[in-house]
Design a protein around this ligand. Structure first.
Ligand SMILES: [Ca+2]
Length: 478
């Protein structure tokens, strides 16, 4: 048995669109999340934790690389500056970028992604090219398949490594398959360090959830999906305990961006929603459990980010954080260990929406750059009372920090290029991974809306023949 601090295993659980107020230990009184509440009781709960973007692709790219998405060209895609990647897009995480998975693999870790990727679907960009030994899951969002509203979309591919296993899988059964894959991986690698990245499909719409969760949940399909996420946590926690791996394993639970604010989701008590730079867009639940190393039942209100995972985990694995490039994440191990006097290593956090800098915060204050509104996040977590007029020196200081970010990272709104940005990856001949074929025996021919409100008229595809590449159809599913 390894000592707990000798290259600890890492299980990183990332949900899709799960909001700040969707989990019991973050205040939900409608979703039952006993396993996640227990995780928090046995670990540390972060109140001021941020993803690097308020939508999927840039958020995930930032977490995996420890960089603001804009630094690595993953902030806005193509000439239309799209907020996320779509099937068959030419863009993705540059092959020269270094992910936390690659760095942990260099330290002898077995690495696997189970679930959603969404930082490039062309072969050059797949998880297997970015440090993961193995991949089982979806290359992008679960609404980016054939649906009643957009029948011509490429069928949603379920991928194993680089092979398409199935098209249009039954989404109601997919999380159970993810859990099986995860358990199998943990068992196979119980005697060596492993990094499991479990990127749930839930609670991104459409919501297809097993019947028994629908029966027990009090919050409709959304609540059932949250409770299925909680069930997955319970299974993994049980497996770690059964194998005697608790003290060797860091479990991190978080979400890629805030709730869309519909369908039963909640960012309470935060203002705003997914795809915005209000707190509800990017401030997320984050729980870290590592028995004996992270003090149990604690709360950390220091400013931390998902970009910090890479340097923190790589240092814990005795690895080498790249020194040939700028990273934005910082080692927050002292905070995780609950060391007295430990403080956030971040002077500020920059809220980018696509390629535009919209807000900046420090330990206490947040300035919205487009409107000039200033909020005291310590006293006013819901961003209700603009106090800019009474605090001109705070406004000036935060504007100075924003100016520095513009020089460094750029800002499309002001025309600043940014001196230290790297390009995203581009392929010359992108192709969707799948194509609808009339003779294929799809189990699920088309996903319907699953009880979710129908999209607005402008989001609806015009029905037509099967797509050919590249997909230029309606853009949706951020
Ligand atoms: Ca998302």
């Amino acid at each position: 048995m390894r000592e707990p601090a000798d290259r600890p295993n890492v299980i990183l659980i990332n949900c899709d669109d799960l909001g700040y107020g969707d989990v019991g230990c973050y205040g939900s009184d409608i979703n039952a999340t006993p396993a996640l509440d227990r995780l928090a009781a046995e670990g540390m709960r972060f109140t001021d934790f941020y993803m690097a973007a308020p939508v999927c692709s840039p958020s995930r790219a930032g977490m995996l690389t420890g960089c603001y998405p804009r630094r690595i060209g993953m902030d806005a895609y193509g000439p239309d500056r799209l907020p996320v990647l779509f099937p068959g897009d030419a863009w993705g995480l540059h092959p020269d970028e270094i992910t936390v998975a690659r760095l942990l693999r260099d330290q002898g870790y077995a690495t696997k992604l189970v679930g959603k990727w969404h930082v490039g679907d062309q072969p050059e960009f797949l998880p297997t090219r970015h440090g993961f030994d193995a991949f089982y899951g979806l290359p992008y969002s679960n609404d980016m398949g054939m649906q009643i509203q957009w029948p011509g979309y490429p069928p949603l591919p379920l991928i194993e490594n680089e092979t398409i296993l199935q098209e249009q899988p039954d989404q109601a059964g997919l999380t159970e398959r993810y859990v099986e894959q995860s358990v199998r991986f943990i068992r196979e690698h119980r005697d060596e360090p492993f990094f499991l990245y479990l990127a749930h499909m839930y609670v991104h719409v459409p919501l297809f959830v097993p019947e028994h969760f629908l029966k027990s949940a009090r919050n409709g399909p959304y609540g059932a999906a949250v409770e299925c996420i909680d069930w997955a946590m319970a299974v993994l926690a049980h497996e770690l305990s059964r194998l005697g791996l608790d003290r060797n394993t860091i479990v991190i639970f978080t979400s890629d961006n805030g709730s869309n604010g519909r369908d039963g989701g909640s960012n309470a008590p935060l203002r705003g929603r997914k795809a915005t730079t209000w707190e509800g867009g990017q401030r997320l639940p984050c729980i870290v459990r590592w028995p004996g190393m992270v003090p149990a039942g604690t709360t950390c209100s220091e400013l931390t980010t998902a970009m910090d995972f890479l340097p923190t985990l790589v240092n814990l694995a005795d690895g080498q954080v790249p020194d040939d490039r700028i990273l934005d994440g910082r080692d927050v191990g002292a905070l995780w260990r609950g060391e007295s006097g430990a403080r956030s290593p971040h002077e500020a956090f920059f809220y980018y929406r696509r390629d535009e800098l919209e807000a900046v915060r420090d330990a206490e204050w947040k300035l919205h750059l487009t409107t000039g509104e200033l909020y005291n996040l310590r006293q006013d977590i819901g961003e209700t009372t603009d106090v800019a007029a009474a605090n001109p020196e705070v406004v000036a200081r935060l504007q100075g920090l924003a100016d520095g970010a513009r020089e460094d990272l750029g800002d499309h709104r002001t025309g600043a290029e940014g001196a230290n940005c790297r390009p995203c990856g581009v392929v010359a001949d992108p192709r969707p991974l799948t194509e609808y074929r009339e003779d294929h025996p799809y189990i699920v021919a088309m996903y319907d809306t699953g009880g979710i409100p129908r999209p607005r008229a402008e989001q609806v595809a015009s029905p037509g023949p099967s797509f050919r590449r590249p997909v230029i159809g309606p853009r949706r599913g951020d």
